[in-house]
Design a protein around this ligand. Structure first.
Ligand code: LLP
Length: 427
């Protein structure tokens, strides 16, 4: 829904605002986030899943108070995975019952705060945590609604998935060897807990529906076992997040309605076959909601042409505002946005200003051969896991997030200052 075009001078405009004016007002690097696009994606998820399901936005992708307010207004729930995310959610007025707390090693303080606040669910991730949450809830005189996170033996990668019995990773409790069934047994015995369902999250940046379908089938199978053993039907299942987005033109992501109907069909079919009532479904998209809604604007500082190799174009940010390329070999695209150019395309690598050679923003890109210091470059699809994973490496100042709406731009997270950095340095 974002309106990106070029004006008569060849300058890219976003929702009617030209990027040179945005750079002049807010500085670079900066993230610009389209509020209408964010809200439209929230509504697309809500509509796709309908009133019989819940959509929890995964706050780890990017969270701020404005984001929480928009989610609240659009009727989404919120998944948090730390005390900091919980504090942000509560500070912005998200009703606690619409918050889910995640994490494989929640602290006693985090659990206590969540139970006290009255969060709608805590997703239990280990045998120790089952007991820990039960004790804390009991001490506070409460009965906490919980789900158990299981690992279903699906390893999802971007374009494929592998279904195995075991997964070699730190999250959740394995379905394999009856471990998840044992976790259910223990949770059902504890007065401090109200076990409302089973949770499964298989990975991130996934394009293949088949992994989600295997996961759904295996979770329903566990509900069936629980019914057979305990005579109860757990009322909810959560199938996590993970839907991929397009970072480059090679990516062909699925739409929310496609995942909603695929999951809805599988769950109802499997439940019908087992004679189970259909549980309430929830999902936790992060990237698919916020990822495409923002781009990063950089200014070119230096250009080095390495004869016979490529041209290194250095921008004023880098791995401190987007670690994904260095960390995951993630692919991004980039465009010259402050002017048009008729110069021939040249193989370029867009790099940051940090002190290591892995500091790459876009590994391979074709930029016009006359790209020069002072030009502005935009990297699209940086709404998810960029600001939220930003660092102060080299004591750089984390960039602001600027929300654009109705031809107006306003800062929702301000740029860090050297004062901010020095405030923490109390030595
Ligand atoms: N639910 C749970 C339990 C999760 O662990 C995650 C992501 C999500 C939902 C949301 O997944 P999404 O829809 O955003 O894919 N930093 C990595 C991604 C890590 C995702 C961790 N968990 C990246 O930049 O690609």
């Amino acid at each position: 829904s974002r309106t990106v075009s070029r004006n008569a001078d060849g300058v890219v405009t976003v929702g009617g605002l030209d990027v040179t004016a945005l750079a002049a007002e807010f500085g670079t690097p900066a993230y610009f986030l389209d509020e209408d696009d964010f809200r439209a994606r929230c509504r697309a998820w809500k509509d796709a899943f309908g009133p019989g399901a819940d959509v929890f936005y995964a706050g780890k992708a990017f969270l701020s108070r404005a984001i929480v307010r928009w989610l609240h207004e659009e009727g989404l729930n919120l998944d948090v995975c730390s005390g900091g995310e919980l504090a942000t959610a509560l500070a912005a007025g998200m009703p606690a019952e619409r918050i889910a707390l995640h994490g494989n090693n929640k602290s006693t303080e985090e659990i206590t705060r969540a139970v006290e606040a009255g969060v709608g669910r805590i997703v239990l991730d280990s045998f120790q945590e089952i007991v820990r949450v039960a004790h804390i809830a009991q001490r506070l005189g409460k009965r906490q609604r919980v789900q158990i996170r299981v690992t279903v033996g699906v390893e999802a990668h971007t374009h494929e998935f592998i279904a195995t019995a075991h997964e070699d990773q730190k999250f959740g409790i394995a379905l394999a060897d009856g471990q998840a069934a044992e976790a259910v047994r223990r949770a059902l015995k504890l007065d401090g807990l109200e076990l409302i369902g089973i949770h499964s999250h298989i990975g991130s940046q996934i394009f293949d529906m088949a992994g989600f379908e295997v996961s759904a089938r295996r979770v329903v199978q566990l509900l069936t076992e629980v019914r057979d053993e305990h005579g109860i039907e757990l009322p909810e299942i959560d199938l996590g997040g993970g839907l991929g987005i397009a970072y480059t033109s090679d990516d062909d992501p699925r739409e929310p309605h496609e995942i909603a109907s695929a999951l809805g069909d599988i769950v109802s079919k499997e439940c019908a076959a087992a004679g189970l009532g259909v549980p309430r479904l929830s999902v936790e998209p992060g990237r698919a909601i916020v990822g495409p809604t923002a781009f990063t604007l950089y200014e070119v500082g230096t250009v080095k042409e390495l004869e016979g190799l490529r041209t290194y174009v250095s921008v004023d940010g880098g791995m401190s505002d987007n670690i994904r390329t260095a960390l995951y070999d993630a692919e991004y695209s980039v465009a010259l946005v402050s002017r048009t150019s008729d110069a021939a395309p040249m193989l370029s690598r867009v790099v940051g200003k940090h002190c290591e050679s892995g500091d790459i923003v876009v590994r391979d890109a074709f930029l016009p051969a006359d790209v020069a210091p002072g030009d502005l470059l935009a990297v699209p699809a940086t709404g998810a896991y960029c600001r939220s994973m930003a660092s102060n490496y080299n004591h750089s100042l984390r960039p602001p997030v600027v929300a654009v709406k109705d031809g107006r731009a306003r800062v929702i997270v301000r740029r860090e200052t050297e004062e901010d950095l020095l405030r923490l340095d109390v030595g």
